[in-house]
Write a protein that binds this ligand. Sequence first.
Ligand SMILES: [Zn+2]
Length: 296
Amino acid sequence: MKSRCMPGGSFWPRFLPSIAVWSILVVSASSYSQQAGERVEVPEDGEVAADPEIDTQPEEYLSECNEQEPQDFLIRSNFVPIPNMTDEEREIRRRRHQESIRYRTEHYGYFEGFGHPSMNETTPAQNAETTTFMGHRVRVNRQIIPALRCVEAEIERSCAHVPYQPERVTGLRTRNTYHTGEVSNHVYGIAIDIDSHRNTCCRCVARWRDHPLCQIEVDSIFERMAMPECWVHAFERYGFYWLGWDQLQDTMHFEFLGDPDRILREGSMTFGQPSEVGPANGTVQPGLGDRAEDEP
Ligand SMILES: [Zn+2]
């Protein structure tokens, strides 16, 4: 196995002692530093080519990560209406839904039409940053960037036996893609989709429903996607919920429903703290991340 260390320490910005240095790396929307002194140009509207040899030290990094579960009241299946529910159940679910909107607004920003501007004077787009996940550029709420790092390190540690290289990763959207009074976690920048063309959503709109993997009998939801099951468990370990479990069977979709204040262990590093990014860097580019329309 090739040495994963570089002279002077790890590639991973998390080990850098300075927020400023990390900020520079994070906010650089036009480049992605893979090795000291080596910068790879990224097209403004594209995704960086994957490099299977990205330097990481998963064991070292994972020691900084808290394992946590998604918070129940944020899980979709706990607040959407169910058939034949009683009035009492309907009220419980309505309240849970409102609570989940309030939580997401307070933590990630106010999205018009959901919650109230008094809950948060910033918008999700202002709180978003471009980062990378598995070699692909993706725009997400800056608070969940460390959680993506945790997942990435976990995948490297646990899923090497089932190699999988994503081709597309999308995150923040500026348009709500639910039509039923719900609000997508993509608008808060806390959801990502991995390879929507390979990991389908069998109960979404026809574009995904018609996928060949939705036409076959399966014993397990994991057979409806190309992504390894191992990836699902890696995400789940660090507070992400996989929407493959939902009635929608949205296998491409992970959303961070954990506590953003618990992602890293107490006393761990500056890495992952909100970087000092001005409004200009928090402005979403029109269209970026909007490719997977009509998917939750
Ligand atoms: Zn999605």
